[in-house]
Ligand binder design. Structure first.
Ligand code: 6PG
Length: 510
């Protein structure tokens, strides 16, 4: 009996993708170098399905066997760590006899430029296609958000499978249609997958998703820090505030899990577990890639970059401890720094500040994708991208329905920046006073809030028809003869002043 799809790499993501595909009635042939992972998957499939039904999952001993198992042209799904491992498997597939029409889909967090290079490299051996996946292990099992890119013909082949396994959204409300049980399938609703564009584009979009994810996480952490250091609230009190915020415009998966995390008590000491977790953050690199790309393209994305810096700073624990005893500034007393009679006012201001910072951060992410898309010649459809982030992925939030609508309502290409969308421009102008108050409180009380405040600087930067770059151009011309343009001369006309000479002559430079 032939199988529909081969899954290679059975770590948590690969295993769960295989089970998800099988739940949707596609027959899966599965392989991992670790035989225990293969038997683990087969055992789990048997356990989950029970005696009444069988899942079409078969474990393979090697890739030659997998090739023989699969219907032609074959589809392979790779779920191996980004980097060398992807090329390792591609090479092994070539040696096992993969054919020109076969499709290999890389689902790791690969660097988008690697994906472009791989499509080219394997062009004469098979079709290298790729699909970025978001949603962690639960998403992979019950419905991830999928960002495919590469050869269009390959996409048409895998599209039905992808639409079946992706998370689903109710088109009217924009809310996820939950699937939580093995064996369940959801056929109604809009699938959280859409063809993104040529090779690399899907991974670029996923990379920016992760940049936004980093910023979303750090924004919530800064709110927690302001509530605990500023108002002296304990973890349970902050959790209750987050639960309330999660019912309003700040509703998101990350807000929900943050409220949950803050509630969790340590099984050993019965103290809030969060207070016992070491304050050093890890990272695998996708947020960093986003910040680097924004710098290379010249697209401001300060909130995402600050989120990466915040993780980096957190790892400097020894230095922070040393300097905490050396550098002066406001010191948080037990009951917090902020006047308690104004606690509720501050909490409400912070809620609005967080919303505004989130809008600013998403504006940065979408603008970055727009500029990269332009540079690469990708026709990115932002309404579709926002749509497929409404469920399944880590940044899923009701807020993404508003972004979807903002892009749908804008005439083609008219929305250069999300801040121009009426719904966000109006909300920001109404809430900005609270945003400024929250940032001021952070600054006055010496509580670092780099993402909330850099998001405000971005907003104020784009609100400024005039910036001090005139002086900056003067400085550059002064010491380096780098020239400047004049506001009273045609665009592109360059001038240089002989700043250091006595007569200070102005030259028009050709
Ligand atoms: C997702 C996540 C996931 C990512 C890490 C984040 O969308 O499912 O973004 O792809 O790899 O969970 O990684 P770090 O925080 O370790 O960088």
């Amino acid at each position: 009996k032939l199988y529909d799809i081969g899954v290679i790499g059975l770590g948590v993501m690969g295993k769960n993708l295989a089970l998800n595909i099988a739940d949707n009635h596609y027959r899966v042939s599965a392989f991992d170098l670790d035989v225990l992972k293969v038997s683990g998957l087969v055992n789990q499939a048997e356990k989950e399905v029970g005696p009444h039904r069988t899942l079409g999952i078969k474990g393979c001993d090697n890739l030659v066997e997998m090739l023989a198992d699969l219907e032609k042209p074959r589809i392979f799904v790779l779920s191996v760590p980004a980097g060398k491992a992807v090329d390792g498997v591609c090479q092994a597939l070539v040696e096992a006899g993969i054919e020109q029409d076969d499709i290999v889909v890389d689902t790791g967090n690969s660097l988008w430029t690697d994906t472009i290079a791989r499509e080219e490299k394997y062009r004469h051996q098979f079709t290298f296609f790729s699909c970025a996946v978001s949603g962690g292990e639960v998403g992979a099992r019950f419905g991830p958000s999928l960002m495919p890119c590469g050869d269009k013909k390959a996409w048409h082949r895998i599209q039905p499978i992808w639409e079946a396994i992706a998370a689903k959204v109710d088109p009217q409300s924009g809310l996820p249609i939950e699937r939580t049980q093995p064996g369940e399938t959801v056929t109604e609703g809009e699938a959280c997958t859409s063809y993104i564009g040529p090779a690399g584009s899907g991974h670029y979009v996923k990379m920016v998703h992760n940049g936004i994810e980093y910023a979303d996480m750090q924004l919530i952490c800064e709110a927690y820090h302001l509530l605990s250091q500023g108002l002296g609230l304990d973890a349970l009190e902050v959790s209750a505030i987050f639960e309330r915020w999660n019912k309003g415009s700040l509703n998101s998966y990350l807000m929900e899990i943050s409220a949950d995390i803050l509630k969790q008590l340590d099984p050993v000491t019965s103290k809030p577990l969060v207070e016992l977790i070491l304050d050093k953050a890890g990272q695998k690199g996708t947020g960093l890639w986003t910040a680097v790309s924004s710098l290379q393209i010249g697209c401001p994305a300060p909130t995402m970059a600050e989120a990466v810096y915040a993780r980096a700073l957190s790892t400097q624990k020894t230095q922070r401890v040393k300097l905490s005893g050396l550098l002066s500034g406001p010191i948080s007393p037990k009951n917090g720094l902020i006047d308690h009679t104004k606690a509720q006012i501050f909490i409400d201001q912070l809620e609005n500040a967080l919303y505004c910072a989130k809008v600013s951060s998403y504006a940065q992410g979408f603008q970055l994708m727009a500029m990269a898309g332009k540079e690469q010649g990708w026709q990115l459809d932002f309404a579709k991208i926002a749509k497929i982030w409404r469920a399944g992925c880590i940044i899923r939030a009701t807020f993404l329905q508003s972004i979807t609508q903002a892009y749908q309502h804008a005439a083609d290409g008219a929305l250069e920046n999300l801040l121009m969308a009426e719904t966000f421009a109006v909300a920001l102008s109404q809430k900005q006073h609270d945003w400024r108050q929250a940032v001021s409180q952070a600054v006055l009380n010496g509580i670092p809030a780099p993402c909330i405040s850099s998001a405000l600087a971005y907003y104020d930067g784009y609100r400024s028809a005039i910036l001090p770059a005139n002086l900056l151009q003067g400085q550059r011309d002064f010491f380096g003869a780098h020239t400047f343009e004049r506001i009273d001369a045609p665009e592109g006309e360059k001038y240089h002043l002989n700043w250091s000479s006595a007569e200070r002559k102005l030259h028009k430079v050709n």
